[in-house]
Design a protein around this ligand. Structure first.
Ligand SMILES: Nc1ncnc2c1ncn2[C@@H]1O[C@H](COP(=O)(O)OP(=O)(O)OP(=O)(O)O)[C@@H](O)[C@H]1O
Ligand SMILES: [Mg+2]
Ligand SMILES: [Zn+2]
Ligand SMILES: [Zn+2]
Length: 545
């Protein structure tokens, strides 16, 4: 039993062995009972439309995340959308759940493949400690062990003493940010063409779009006070007139305004040129809708100062092997791990050990991602541009590295779009999650994935109304006794008669399922003929296989 003890030394015997679902009716599920062993790799298989996602996401994840939210403080909860209760009688022993299918909330503008994988942290350390830096007067220094040791440097040319940049100074979400774009790599500029979308109109007819959009209805009259003609098509205005429309000063002008009852008033208004009208609204916009109204006048462009690298000139100037941080992050992961081991040879002998250490940390993290088939991504890719599958795998790799424990991971078809050679990487990640004391439920069609499962739940037999049952039978005598009254008797649940024409499930008579001979499943094809790993021994469920 020693191998069943998690690292923290808590006896597993005190933890429930399985999640028990009673009377699940989400979508097409036929009021079924399901046992899901904890701390195991549980696969959910079945034909398309049979109800796999309904069980995995609709029941297990839905309940796991709902309970997790309920456990949070009222304050935090109020700020999150309330998860509705799933259509199920009871779910027992469900741990906090994370689902890796859904698109995790829109990643921030400063999130990149490099930051989200934490590879960039390692790279920054590498550049900070092993790089050749510039003195404040721009003289290049050789990489030295003094830098690596965090000592000050004295420039041999200008004799200035300075601190070489720390990892923070190389971070675009910190001190190393490009001052122009604030580390986002893009600049939002007012698009003059959009300000006057139809130049054939006169100003009086609404040629200057933002004035109309933002309720500055008196501006045509105000701009006329500056000598701009408002009754000729915009195209016919002189350069000077257009200059006033776009850039004119925020000065007061008196105009006459007719009130609702027809009276004329002389009023002062401050002129807001077309650009300013947009800028002011942009600065004030707090809601999504507000922003959308401004967005039509704004175009997003690659930052001309950092050329999209997000880094300040200073942060870009440190070199390792003649390569800057911006260039290094533009490399794909595959290119990066080919380059990293060669760095050592470019450094003085006394720095090589440190190089080796940092590089091995880098490679360790990178390897996992490459195994998951992400080697073609560059570190500087904005997270918002990753596909769902890519982001799911980044999340997976991070989950493993963070060493969560006691969490239920629900994965809906993570192998989709994955090259067969990367399925091994995926399985490796899942094994690591289990090793750390987590539970994994995975919906998949991939034979290689299913073969690895400790426990298999097949949903079927058909699609839609013809599906939603669960086989092999997983209601053990124990769970049948503990069924809640509401569902007891009302449903055959997953008893053999309801959906299990073939003798797929052999209950282990010895009580030690690991010694049972493998029993090939007659319906599920060859992938079941291999011996599955035994479910938790204290779980007296039925063995699959
Ligand atoms: N939100 C929903 N509302 C109503 N019915 C739904 C909803 N989502 C799914 N269904 C139906 O429930 C049944 C099971 O769907 P589910 O998504 O669980 O299937 P699946 O086994 O995951 O299929 P696939 O392998 O194609 O992903 C299907 O008939 C589907 O049309
Ligand atoms: Mg599905
Ligand atoms: Zn100098
Ligand atoms: Zn920039």
């Amino acid at each position: 039993m020693a191998q069943d003890e998690p690292a923290d030394g808590v006896d597993v015997a005190e933890q429930p062995p399985a999640i028990r679902v009673y009377g699940a009716k989400v979508h097409n599920l036929k009021d079924i009972d399901v046992t899901v062993p904890l701390r195991r790799l549980v696969a959910v298989a079945g034909v398309s439309g049979s109800g796999k996602t309904s069980l995995a996401m609709g029941v297990l994840y839905a309940e796991g995340s709902r309970r997790y939210l309920e456990a949070l403080s009222t304050y935090t909860r109020r700020r999150m959308a309330q998860a509705p209760r799933a259509a199920v009688d009871t779910v027992e022993h469900v741990p906090a759940a994370l689902a890796l299918r859904q698109r995790p909330g829109v990643p921030g503008v400063r999130s990149t493949f490099g930051t989200s994988t934490e590879l960039l942290n390692v790279l920054r350390l590498l550049f900070s400690r092993l790089g050749s830096h510039l003195c404040p007067n721009g003289h290049r220094q050789d990489s030295t062990i003094d830098v690596a040791a965090g000592l000050t440097l004295t420039c041999p040319v200008c004799d200035v003493t300075f601190y070489p940049p720390g990892a923070e100074s190389l971070a675009f979400n910190s001190d190393g940010a490009c001052p122009r774009c604030g580390g986002t790599g893009v600049v939002r500029e007012i698009d003059e063409a959009a300000l006057v979308p139809d130049p054939a109109r006169t100003i009086a007819e609404g040629a200057v779009a933002p004035w109309g959009t933002f309720g500055l209805t008196v501006m045509p009259q105000v701009v006329a006070e500056f000598g701009v003609r408002t009754d000729v098509p915009y195209t016919e205005l002189t350069a000077q007139e257009r200059q006033i429309v776009m850039h004119g000063p925020a000065e007061k002008r008196q105009i006459s305004v007719r009130s609702r009852n027809g009276k004329l008033f002389e009023l002062n208004f401050t002129y807001r040129n077309a650009r300013r009208a947009v800028q002011e609204t942009l600065d004030k916009a707090t809601t999504e809708r507000g922003l959308n109204r401004v967005n039509r006048f704004i175009s997003t462009q690659v930052c001309p100062v950092c050329r999209g690298t997000r880094l300040s000139e200073q942060a870009r100037s440190s070199l390792v092997d003649g390569v800057g941080l911006a260039e290094a992050t533009a490399k794909t992961l595959d290119e990066l791990i080919a380059w990293a081991p060669t760095i050592e040879d470019t450094l003085p002998r006394e720095m090589r050990r440190m190089a080796r250490n940092i590089v091995s940390t880098l490679l360790e993290t990178a390897r996992r991602l490459v195994d998951l088939g992400l080697g073609y991504l560059s570190l500087d890719r904005a997270s918002s541009t990753l596909s769902t599958g890519e982001r799911q795998r980044v999340q997976l790799a991070r989950a493993v590295r963070n060493q969560t424990t006691g969490v239920l991971y629900v994965l809906d078809e993570p192998s989709i779009g994955l090259h067969p050679s990367n399925v091994d990487g995926l399985l490796g990640v899942m094994r690591d999650l289990l090793r750390d004391g987590n539970s994994v439920v995975i919906v998949d069609h991939d034979v290689q994935v299913l073969r690895e499962a400790d426990w298999l739940i097949e949903i079927g037999p058909g699609s839609g109304a013809d599906g939603g049952r669960c086989s092999p039978p997983v209601t053990s005598p124990t769970s049948a006794r503990t069924r809640t009254p509401s569902s007891a008797g009302s449903s055959p649940g997953v008893s053999p008669s309801s959906y299990a024409p073939a003798p797929v499930a052999t209950r282990c008579s010895t009580g030690d399922v690991s010694t049972c001979p493998p029993a090939p499943c007659t319906r599920c094809g060859p992938w079941m003929s291999t011996s599955p790993r035994p479910p938790d021994r204290r779980d007296r469920g039925v063995r699959i296989g």
